[in-house]
Design a protein around this ligand. Structure first.
Ligand code: GDP
Ligand code: IMO
Ligand code: MG
Length: 424
C-alpha cells in the first residue's frame, strides 16, 4: 500500500479539514505530518461545526486510527482544550488517537519567544499565529527540543534546561511575561496528553502499509507558506510540501501514492507577505464576506484576491500533485466575471514562471471568464453544473495540466461533488 497525501497549494485555509473528513471512509489511518496549532481545520456535518488544531481531521468518521506524526509540534495546553471540547460532544479519542514520541513539544516559553520575536520585528513582523511554532522548530533543528517521548523519562530536567535557556533570551528582548500563568494550563494539558498512547509512528505507519492498510497524510498550512518554497521569510517553519510527509511520518518517497492538491477557486492569505493578486477594492471585500474569510485559529480577517495560476503551477510542480480539489466554488456563484492570473509582470517583464522574489513590483496579468451566476450550493452531481462553470473547470485543467477530481460547493461534508469517478 501507499500513502496518499493531501496538502494545501496556496497560503493555507484551502479547506483541508473538510476534505480529509470526506475522504476518511476510504482509508484506515489518517496522519498529520507537520505544523501544529497554527493550523485551524474546519469540519461541518449534521449541523455541527468543529475546528481542529493538532488532531487529525479523520476522527469523526468511525473508528479510523488517527496519528499525530513526528513532524508535528504539539502544545499540551491547546491539545487539552481540543480534547475536552470533543469529549463534551461525546467523542472519546483515547483509543483512536496515537501520538509520535518524536513529535516536539511547544513549551510555554516557546509561545513567549514567538511574541517577543514578532514584537521586535515591528512593521516587518511575519504575522505569526503566536502559537510558538517558529521557536519550537528552531529548537528542534538546533538540537535543543523537548519531545513527547521525553515525558516518559527525566522530563523535569529537560523542561527546566529549556526554560532557563528561553528565559535568558526573553530577558535580552526585555520582554515582560508571567510564566506561572501560562505554565499552569500547560502542565494541566500535559496530564491530559499522558492519557494517550505514545508510539514510534514511523514504525506504526510502515507496518500499516505492509499489512495492507491505507494511509492518508494530512498537511497543514499551504505550499506558499513552506519554509523552503514559500514566500520566505513570510512563511511557517516546516515543510508543508509533499516531501514533508516523508520526513514528518518516516515514509520513503517511493511509498507516496496520490498527491491531492487542494485550492480555493480564488485566493486568500492571512498574515504578512507578498500576495500578487490581492484585491483592495469592493471585489476583495465581497470575496471576504461571501467566503466568511476570517481565520479559524486567530479570527483575523483574511486578505482576498483572484486565483493565481502562476503560484498554483509552481505548487503543483514542487508537490507532484496527481489530483486537484477545488474548494469554495460557491463563493464565486454571483460574480459577473471571474478573473484568473496567468502571468506576472515583474519589474516590467512578463513571466509565467514563479519568481525568486515577489518583493519588487509584481503586476498580475489576468484572463477573464464569464461567471455562472447560479447558486451551486445544493448541487449533488456534476451533471447539474452550469456551462460557464464547466468552462471555468476546463480552463483551469488546461492551464494546470492536472484533473480536478473534487469540487466543493459549501462547507458541509455533503456539499462535495466528485468528478471522473470512473475514468481515474
Ligand atoms: P483548512 O485550514 O485548509 O482546513 O481550512 P479552514 O478550515 O481554515 O478554512 C476553510 C473555511 O472554508 C472553513 O470555514 C470551512 O468551513 C469553509 N469551507 C470549506 N469548503 C467550503 C466550500 O466549498 N464553500 C464554502 N462556502 N465554505 C467552505
Ligand atoms: P491551516 O492548516 C493560514 C501563517 C500565519 C503567518 C505565517 C507564520 O489552517 O491552513 P506561524 O504561526 O506558522 O509561525 O505563522 O503562516 N499560517 C497560516 N495561514 N492557515 C494556516 O494553517 C496557517 N498556519 C500559519 O498567518 O502568516
Ligand atoms: Mg485553516
Amino acid at each position: 500500500m501507499k500513502v496518499d497525501v493531501l496538502l494545501g497549494l496556496q497560503w493555507g485555509d484551502e479547506g483541508k479539514g473538510k476534505v480529509v473528513d470526506v475522504l476518511t471512509p476510504q482509508y484506515d489511518v489518517i496522519s498529520r505530518f507537520q505544523g501544529g496549532p497554527n493550523a485551524g481545520h474546519t469540519l461541518e456535518f449534521n449541523g455541527s461545526k468543529f475546528v481542529l488544531h493538532t488532531i487529525p481531521s479523520g476522527i469523526f468518521q468511525g473508528d479510523k486510527v488517527n496519528v499525530i506524526g513526528n513532524g508535528v509540534v504539539l502544545d499540551p495546553a491547546i491539545f487539552k482544550k481540543e480534547i475536552e471540547k470533543l469529549e463534551t460532544t461525546g467523542y472519546d479519542l483515547t483509543k483512536k488517537l496515537l501520538i509520535s514520541k518524536k513529535a516536539h513539544l511547544i513549551l510555554p516559553t516557546h509561545r513567549l519567544l514567538d511574541a517577543a520575536y514578532e514584537a521586535a520585528k515591528g512593521a516587518s513582523k511575519i504575522g505569526s499565529t503566536l502559537k510558538g511554532i517558529g521557536p519550537t522548530y528552531t529548537d528542534k533543528v538546533s538540537r535543543n527540543g523537548v519531545r513527547v517521548g521525553d515525558i516518559l523519562e527525566n522530563f523535569d530536567a529537560k523542561y527546566k534546561a529549556a526554560v532557563e535557556r528561553h528565559e535568558t533570551i526573553l530577558k535580552q528582548y526585555n520582554f515582560e511575561y508571567n510564566l506561572a500563568e501560562v505554565e499552569k494550563e500547560w502542565f494541566e494539558g500535559l496530564e491530559v496528553l499522558k492519557r494517550f498512547t505514545f508510539i514510534d509512528s514511523e514504525q506504526f505507519v510502515n507496518d500499516a502499509l505492509k499489512g495492507g492498510r491505507s494511509v492518508l497524510a494530512e498537511g497543514a498550512q499551504g505550499t506558499m507558506l513552506d519554509i523552503d518554497f514559500g514566500s520566505y521569510p513570510f512563511v511557517t517553519s516546516s515543510n508543508t510540501v509533499c516531501a514533508g510527509a516523508c520526513t514528518g511520518l518516516g515514509i520513503a518517497p517511493n511509498k507516496i501514492g496520490d498527491v491531492f492538491g487542494i485550492f480555493k477557486a480564488y485566493c486568500t492569505r492571512v498574515g504578512s507577505g507578498p500576495f500578487p493578486t490581492e484585491l483592495f477594492d469592493e471585489t476583495g471585500e465581497e470575496l471576504r464576506q461571501r467566503g466568511h474569510e476570517f481565520g479559524s485559529t486567530t479570527g483575523r480577517a483574511r486578505r482576498c484576491g483572484w486565483i493565481d495560476l502562476v503560484a498554483l503551477k509552481y505548487a503543483i510542480m514542487v508537490n507532484g500533485v496527481t489530483k486537484l480539489i477545488m474548494m469554495k466554488s460557491d463563493v464565486l456563484d454571483q460574480f459577473e466575471v471571474i478573473k484568473a492570473c496567468v502571468a506576472y509582470k515583474v519589474n516590467g517583464e512578463e513571466t509565467s514562471v514563479f519568481p525568486y522574489s515577489l518583493d519588487g513590483e509584481v503586476e498580475p496579468i489576468y484572463s477573464e471568464l464569464p461567471g455562472w451566476k447560479t447558486d451551486m450550493t445544493k448541487m449533488q452531481s456534476e451533471d447539474e453544473f452550469p456551462e460557464e462553470f464547466n468552462n471555468y473547470l476546463a480552463f483551469l485543467e488546461e492551464e494546470l495540466e492536472v484533473p480536478i477530481t473534487i469540487v466543493s460547493v459549501g462547507p458541509d461534508r455533503d456539499q462535495t461533488i466528485e468528478r471522473y469517478t470512473e475514468e481515474i
